[in-house]
Ligand binder design. Structure first.
Ligand SMILES: [Fe+2]
Ligand SMILES: [Fe+2]
Length: 291
């Protein structure tokens, strides 16, 4: 089973890059599912119901969010009614939206050969949004999912600022989930790999493993790379060099689609391969050129 996961979609250029990339990715890699983090899809913060619909029509099969989950507050209706979008799991129990999603069908309603479960935890280091212990939250959700579905394939997103916290959660979940991937920092990291096994004494095997938990610290963003994390360079530099406020508008230069291609063996519920994906958009072609 093959799954493509795309990093934070940032603003109009991010949505356009993804819309252009998906037909190419579908043809080249024939994924069973495409999942994307859309926390920055609408003007850089949050996701509107309209953009949820447009990205769905473009071929995103399922959506995750992050600390910007409720910035466009009409998303609450989508979180209540649609089965393919989740909020971060470790915020208030009273926050609207599911803590995890169960994905059973791919594009054109084709049944998947195994059920995929996805949840997002927020990190606690250097994050503005308060959240509860992500380690405990992962334990609870994995136990809950496996109790209902012992053959579940689980994918965990760590939406966090600190690389240490993301790496630590990767090892914590080693061999318990198919994939741990990071988002939020918008900068791709070069550490995609199948984690070697954790041995019974807690040490790490000093050899690669053909299957296990696929891990990457950050997918990078789907958005303009001629920017500071998706925002206009001039505005961010003006703020940083003067300490005066400046509107952090979304940039437009050099959009890319970034993410991973993940292969999973349903019989073991573990990954067999993880590859980074970094696809520059062609801004001379639709949808960039559409009026
Ligand atoms: Fe983000
Ligand atoms: Fe974020």
């Amino acid at each position: 089973m093959r799954i493509i996961i795309l990093g934070d979609i940032v603003g109009t250029p991010g949505r356009q890059a993804v819309t252009q990339a998906i037909p190419v990715l579908r043809e080249q890699y024939t994924p069973d599912l495409i999942i994307a983090n859309a926390e920055n899809a609408s003007n850089g913060t949050g996701l509107t119901p309209d953009h949820y619909k447009k990205l769905s029509n473009a071929g995103v099969d399922a959506f995750t969010l992050g600390d910007h989950v409720y910035k466009k507050n009409h998303i609450v209706g989508v979180l209540q009614n649609q089965p393919n979008i989740i909020r971060p799991a470790n915020i208030s129990d009273k926050a609207i939206g599911p803590r995890y999603m169960k994905l059973t069908h791919g594009p054109e309603d084709q049944k998947l050969s195994a059920n995929i479960y996805v949840f997002t935890v927020l990190g606690r280091l250097f994050m503005g949004m308060p959240s509860s212990d992500p380690f405990v939250c992962c334990d609870e959700l994995i136990q809950d999912i496996k109790r209902h579905d012992p053959g579940a394939i689980i994918i965990t997103e760590v939406h966090a600022e600190a690389t240490s916290e993301k790496v630590a959660l990767g090892w914590y979940l080693n061999q318990r989930v198919a994939c741990v991937f990071g988002t939020h920092t918008h900068i791709p990291t070069a550490d995609a790999r199948i984690l070697p096994p954790t041995l019974s004494d807690g040490s790490i095997a000093d050899q690669p493993s053909p299957r296990g938990t696929a891990y990457i610290t950050d997918l990078g963003m789907c958005g303009p790379t001629g920017s500071v994390l998706g925002r206009r360079v001039d505005r961010v530099l003006s703020h940083m060099t003067t300490q005066m406020p400046a509107p952090f508008d979304v940039a437009a230069v050099s959009p890319v689609t970034a993410g991973i291609i993940l292969d999973i063996d349903p019989s073991t519920q573990l990954a067999t391969s993880i590859q980074r994906l970094d696809l520059p958009a062609d801004t001379t072609k639709p949808p960039f050129t559409a009026s």
